[in-house]
Design a protein around this ligand. Structure first.
Ligand code: ADP
Ligand code: MG
Length: 265
């Protein structure tokens, strides 16, 4: 069960495969509350696989190791139970839901998580009345400097990259998780999306919350100052350090690192 003395999140010797091909080859990572971690690495190094495994995507098979949230292994839990525990993974949600507005989608998502959390602590009143939800959503949109009209848009229908990220960050703000794991798209973020993500993370970061930002590019880290930077190559974290590591990487390029750390063939 949940152990408040354990680190908030601890990934230990995590191995995962897809179609019998091993992608994650022993990932170790500890995240305490209040910390912002960045995971960087070249394309194909397994960053999104890590995010997917933590989200519970059934396509990936965990073959070894653990991922513990306050001491509780989450790898056997359903994705929605992970969310109820306080872990946020943006992409576990459907990308397009025809005919469902942002506001309605968010109210469902937030109500589900809140109700489950409340029930756990013996409170059966859980959930959120529509009026209360609207008030909360307005408050969060103000905090994130988002236009209120955004809430009436249909979920992801014709959303730009920036709007998709805006929806994600708003959901994050409303769910108030303990740990948020954000995976950047492979094509990287356009300037609008980059702003949304960095402003959002900066507005929401608190001593109670941990972040894992997965990114291919150093660019995102011009706007967000991570406490720790990790480099992932061939399914392992091969180097960890402070923000200076991202700059070093930018100067050096991934090729040199790959030569240094890749397993010889
Ligand atoms: P990154 O996010 O660091 O670019 P990925 O985790 O997306 O890396 O990919 C790591 C490796 O796993 C790549 O070789 C990729 O081809 C393979 N892979 C990832 N997802 C799948 C999938 N759904 N089916 C087959 N191979 C996959
Ligand atoms: Mg990726």
């Amino acid at each position: 069960m949940v152990d408040s003395n354990a680190p908030m999140f601890e990934i230990e010797n995590l191995h995962a495969s897809i179609e019998d091909k091993e992608i994650l080859k022993g990932v170790n990572l500890t995240i305490n509350k209040g910390e912002i971690h960045a995971i960087m690495g070249p394309n194909g190094s397994g960053k999104s696989t890590l995010a997917n495994v933590l989200a519970g995507n059934p396509v990936y098979e965990v073959t070894e190791g653990s991922a513990r949230f306050y001491g509780e292994d989450i790898l056997e839990l359903d994705p929605d139970v992970r969310a109820q525990l306080g872990i946020f993974l943006a992409f576990q949600y459907p990308t397009v839901i025809p005919g469902v507005s942002m506001a309605n989608f968010l109210r469902m998502a937030v109500t589900n998580v809140r109700r489950a959390r409340a029930e756990k602590s013996g409170d059966t009143t859980g959930g959120l009345a529509p009026r209360e939800f609207r008030r909360l959503m307005k408050e969060k949109m103000k905090l994130l400097k988002m236009d209120e009209s955004f809430a009436t848009r249909y979920l992801n229908e014709g959303f730009s990259g920036g709007e998709k990220k805006r929806a994600e960050i708003l959901q994050l703000a409303l769910l108030e998780p303990s740990l948020a794991i954000l995976d950047e798209t492979d094509s990287g973020l356009d300037i609008d999306a980059l702003r949304v993500v960095s402003d959002g993370v900066n507005a929401l970061a608190s001593p109670e919350m941990g972040f894992v930002l997965i990114t291919h590019y150093q660019r995102l880290l011009n706007y967000i100052k991570p406490h720790f930077v990790h480099i992932m190559i061939e399914g392992r974290i091969v180097q960890s350090g402070g923000p200076e590591l991202a700059l070093e990487l930018e100067a050096k390029g991934y090729e040199k690192l790959r030569a240094e750390f890749a397993t010889p063939v």
